[in-house]
Design a protein around this ligand. Structure first.
Ligand SMILES: Nc1ncnc2c1ncn2[C@@H]1O[C@H](COP(=O)(O)OP(=O)(O)OP(=O)(O)O)[C@@H](O)[C@H]1O
Ligand SMILES: [Mg+2]
Length: 308
C-alpha cells in the first residue's frame, strides 16, 4: 500500500511560559492515510487537529515521533510542492484582487507564467468565483474568501490537499460545490485530508476517518466498517404494546421510544430480519420498519462521550 501520510507516535507538547504547565496537544499519533483516499480528521474543539496539520506541513516542530509524506521527509522541497493547504484561520493580502492573489501564490510555488495564465481562470471557475476575479479580496464575503482559499490550495495541482475546515463559512450551495470538487480531486487520484465539524458532509465524501480526542485517536478506519457496527432500526406500530416492547428488549437495545414509535439497535445486520419476525410474533402490527446504519454523528457523540 502507498501511503500519502504516515505518522509514527507523533507527539506535540506545548510548554507554558516558564515551563510551569505542559499541554499534550497531540499524543503518540499513528495515522496511515492511503494515496487516493478522502480522509476525515475529526474531533471536538481542542482535540489537536490543527496542531497535527501544522506538524505535517513542517510549520510546528514535533516534540517527539516522526512522519512521512509520500514516504519522504517534509524537509524535502519536492514533497512540499506536492501539498496544497487551506489554513483554518487564513488571512490573505486583501488589497490584491482574487486573480492577483492567485498569481502571487502561484509564483511563490514556482509556477511559470504560461501555466498560471491557464490555471488561474480554471480554478476560479472551479470554486465559483469567475465573475469576481477582478474584485479585491477585502470586498469579499467570508464565504467568498474561503472559496478563494480553496482555489489557492489546488492551484498548483498538488497530490495531497490538506483542508482545515474548508466549509465552515460556506452556504449550502458552496458546501455542495466543495463536496463535488473533493470528489473530482479524488477521481483524479488525489489524496484529500480534511478536518471538519460538519459530520453529515464528512460522511458524504470521506472514505476513512479518524476521531481524535485529547490528542489521541479513539477510532480510525473505513466509514463502511465503522458505521456498520451497530445497525439501528426505526419502527412504527399501529398500536403501542408492552408485550411487543418486552420481546424487542430481549433481543435488541431500545435507544428511544415515543408513543407507537421506537428505535432499536441490533448487534449486526443478520439480526434485522429476526427483529421484524420477533415484533410480528409478539402481535405487533408494523407500519414502518426502516433499518439504517448508525450515522457518523451518532458514532462521534458515542466515541467522545465514552471517553469523558
Ligand atoms: N501555539 C500554541 N501554544 C500553546 N498551546 C496550543 C498552541 N496551539 C494549540 N494549543 C493547544 O493545543 C490543543 C489542541 O489545539 P488545536 O488547535 O490543535 O485543536 P483543534 O482540534 O484544531 O480544535 P478546533 O476544532 O477548535 O479547531 C488545545 O488545547 C490548544 O489550546
Ligand atoms: Mg483547528
Amino acid at each position: 500500500m502507498d501511503w500519502a501520510i504516515e505518522t509514527f507516535n507523533l507527539t506535540k507538547i506545548y510548554l507554558s511560559l516558564f515551563r510551569r504547565r505542559r499541554l499534550v496537544a497531540v499524543d503518540a499519533l499513528n495515522l496511515k492515510v492511503p494515496v487516493g483516499c478522502v480522509f476525515g480528521f475529526l474531533g471536538p474543539n481542542g482535540a489537536g487537529k490543527t496542531t497535527t496539520i501544522m506538524m505535517l506541513l513542517g510549520c510546528v516542530y514535533p516534540t517527539s515521533g516522526d512522519f512521512r509524506i509520500f514516504g519522504r521527509s517534509i524537509r524535502d522541497m519536492g514533497v512540499r510542492r506536492r501539498i496544497g493547504f487551506l489554513p483554518e484561520k487564513f488571512q490573505f493580502h486583501d488589497l490584491l484582487t482574487a486573480e492577483e492573489l492567485l498569481w502571487f501564490h502561484g509564483r511563490l510555488t514556482g509556477m511559470d507564467r504560461h501555466t498560471l495564465a491557464r490555471r488561474v481562470p480554471e480554478v476560479l471557475e472551479q470554486v465559483g468565483l469567475s465573475a469576481r476575479a477582478r474584485s479585491r479580496v477585502r470586498e469579499f464575503s467570508k464565504g467568498m474568501q474561503q472559496r478563494l482559499g480553496i482555489a489557492q490550495a489546488i492551484l498548483h495541482d498538488p497530490d495531497l490537499i490538506i483542508l482545515d475546515e474548508p466549509t465552515s463559512a460556506l452556504d449550502p450551495l458552496g458546501r455542495r460545490d466543495v463536496r463535488d470538487l473533493i470528489l473530482h480531486l479524488k477521481s483524479r487520484g488525489k489524496t484529500v485530508f480534511l478536518n471538519s465539524h460538519l459530520l453529515s458532509e464528512v460522511e458524504m465524501v470521506c472514505d476513512e476517518v479518524a476521531i481524535l480526542r485529547g490528542g489521541r485517536v479513539q477510532r480510525q478506519g473505513g466509514l463502511d466498517v465503522l458505521l456498520q457496527v451497530h445497525p439501528v432500526v426505526d419502527v412504527e406500530l399501529v398500536e403501542r404494546s408492552e408485550g411487543v416492547m418486552q420481546a424487542v428488549r430481549a433481543m435488541a437495545t431500545v435507544i428511544s421510544e415515543d408513543g407507537t414509535r421506537f428505535t432499536a439497535e441490533v448487534g449486526s445486520e443478520e439480526d434485522i430480519p429476526a427483529l421484524a419476525r420477533c415484533i410480528v410474533q409478539a402481535g405487533g402490527d408494523l407500519i414502518r420498519f426502516a433499518p439504517r446504519r448508525e450515522s457518523l454523528e451518532d458514532l462521534f457523540v458515542r466515541v467522545v462521550e465514552e471517553h469523558e
